[in-house]
Design a protein around this ligand. Sequence first.
Ligand code: ATP
Length: 268
Amino acid sequence: MLTSESPSANTASNKLVIEHVSKFFRTSSLNVQALDDVTLQIAEGEFVCLVGPSGCGKSTLLNIIAGLDRPDRGLVQADGHTIAGPGPHRLMMFQEAALFPWLTVLGNVLFGLKLSHGLNAAERQEKAEYFLELVGLKRFMHSNVHELSGGMKQRVALARALAPNPSVLLMDEPFGALDALTREQLYGDIQRIWSQHRKTIVFVTHNVREAVCLGDRVILFSPNPGRIREEFAIPLPRPRDINSVDLARYATEITRVLKGYVQTEVAG
Ligand SMILES: Nc1ncnc2c1ncn2[C@@H]1O[C@H](COP(=O)(O)OP(=O)(O)OP(=O)(O)O)[C@@H](O)[C@H]1O
């Protein structure tokens, strides 16, 4: 039932190419190898989930893809070009929405459009309203950020990230701080938005079910040092229901494999 695969071939359609990437952190008290020889290709429009225990380098890899950090070894490319720094084509979304509290909902989304130089004020407004509509928050566009629930804040953050039309969306546990019901609503939203806009998405999570619900592929990492151990294709039809029996079967199998790695690391 479950198809475990070796990393896919480096084809021209790859949006992101990560080859033999290693990353070390050296502080006065500690040397850590956060990533060890990580190789991964991600196709245009693909939804890839990175899963693994705390400290296995998932966020480090996301930061490197975002251009916020550099690998010590290896190659990281987007559209065939080495990633040299952050840019508007690869935007990050974090666990905390990190909205500007002094701006309204609309103001936050408009802020994300500041670098869209080709647009005049009316076009920016139209675009911001379109993306707020897409995430179901248009009627709250004049609300203050502190009036919103956690799930609504993440929706605003999603609209803000989508509005400048990035080709890659990097999501670091974006739903990790939300309650289960709100998360389920957002799984529906993100699947709908992804099927309409086909962004390339790299999504970090601890939650295997979440990864199976959203991803075309689930990539398993293990820690000390952070390595890719296995990847799984998820051919389930969309939209996926996180509570479905088929989805649970995949999640159970992947969790079993993941636990095996973690126990091996601990025993070793
Ligand atoms: N700026 C930094 N300075 C020093 N060490 C760091 C830094 N960033 C990450 N690390 C270390 O690198 C390793 C990988 O961290 P990273 O945050 O990438 O893991 P993660 O898999 O995303 O963890 P979590 O799921 O807990 O967020 C950890 O041991 C962490 O302590």
